[in-house]
Design a protein. Structure first.
Length: 382
């Protein structure tokens, strides 16, 4: 600013000299000289450079597809607002008996990342991924490195190398075409293992979107803190019942039981399986031998079978929700935390309930646990 002010004063002096010069020179010479001086006097006038756009090109938002509810809940916790998370399965349909649709392959075709539980939980995925033909798809197997339990022996723990060698169960369920593989897949029901799944999801999202590392890291750290708090709460609540047994409908609870020093008995392997007379007899013998006053059904399956057993034994029925299905809006991490806390409260109440033969049976109101959802063609609600 000071430079231009001084130059303006000099330009005024030059104009005075120019007026005197016009009188002393011939007319044609005067015009030429004045033109040259005028060009010089314009040197301090501001010039406008071509304007570049101040708005940067918008970055494409990361597109993430998840398989079923726990994977969605964990992924949304880590992704936050930086990615669009879409669940492949309807929230009221579990992965055990899911039949893939052409739209699933299309969703994977358009995705950048696919998050799955792994451990043969999503047996429909292999063909769907192949049909999607998306060579750029990054697949996050959230079970990678998570200690597993075999389907046959819940007391035997395996490492990642065992998991990698798994080739599945040779005895696939004939009626439904799906059974748990060699390793039980329900790792998300143990908060300790859930932490490892969240870490795997975090690392996968960072690999797909390195610029988002600070956000993914911070989000994961916050949710892991919540999981550690949850684990501490469950440990304290269940400590008085160490070594006790609880009964569930299908084989989803071995990781939870192992983590908190409990034993678990189940009626069937997968929710769609019809219990055999031998399995019913074994559960009834367990209930009587352990002096149980409560058995744990689930929102997705088992109500009729457990109601019949409870009636015969004069015991109660409560709920342990494996969280595989839920309401349409049950896709956030808080939903997972809420379900796990409710499961623990129900277990504690069952352990504390007196063994009163012939006492009234309490059947849960499943309409309040699982709101009525539109049924898909060929898919049962439970």
């Amino acid at each position: 600013m000071k430079y231009c002010s001084g130059l303006k004063q000099q330009q005024d002096k030059d104009l005075d000299n120019l007026n005197g010069l016009r009188c002393a020179l011939p007319q044609h010479t005067t015009l030429a000289v004045m033109g040259a001086i005028a060009l010089g006097l314009g040197g301090c006038n501001p010039t406008t450079a071509p304007r570049e756009s101040a708005t940067p090109e918008p970055e494409e938002t990361l597109q993430v597809v998840t398989t079923f509810l726990p994977m969605t809940q964990f992924t949304t916790a880590v992704a936050g607002d930086r990615a669009i998370v879409t669940q492949l399965l309807p929230t009221n349909v579990g992965p055990h008996d899911y039949q893939a649709k052409p739209s699933d392959a299309q969703a994977i075709t358009e995705a950048d990342v696919l998050v799955k539980n792994g451990l043969e939980m999503e047996v429909f995925l292999d063909d769907t991924i192949e049909n999607a033909a998306n060579p750029d798809l990054l697949i996050i197997d959230s079970s990678e490195g998570v200690p597993t339990l075999t389907t046959e022996d819940h007391d035997e723990e395996h490492t990642e190398s065992d998991h990698d060698k798994a080739e599945g169960d040779d005895h696939a369920h004939a009626e439904h075409g799906h059974d748990h593989g060699e390793f039980n897949p329900h790792i998300w029901l143990d908060p300790k293992r859930a932490i490892q799944q969240v870490e795997n999801i975090r690392d996968g999202l960072i690999a797909a979107d390195p610029a988002g590392e600070p956000e993914y890291t911070a989000n994961a750290e916050a949710f892991i803190a919540d999981l550690k708090t949850l684990d501490a709460e469950i440990t304290a609540q269940l400590a008085p019942f160490f070594g006790q047994t609880f009964v569930v409908f299908h084989d989803f609870a071995p990781y939870f039981a192992e983590s908190y020093g409990l034993n678990v008995e189940m009626l069937v392997g997968i929710p769609e399986e019809n219990p055999s007379p031998e399995a019913v007899k074994q559960v009834m013998e367990t209930v009587q031998a352990e002096g149980l006053s409560t058995i744990m059904t689930e929102p997705q399956a088992g109500q009729e079978s457990f109601a019949s057993i409870a009636k015969d034994l004069g015991i109660r029925v409560s709920v342990f929700d494996p969280g595989e299905t839920g309401a349409p809006d049950a896709v956030n991490s808080d939903d997972y935390l809420q379900i796990m806390r409710q499961n623990t409260e129900n277990l504690v109440a069952g352990f504390e309930a007196p063994d009163q033969a012939g006492s009234p049976i309490w059947l849960p109101d499943f309409a309040t646990i699982m709101p009525e959802l539109p049924l898909l063609q060929g898919v049962s609600r439970w």
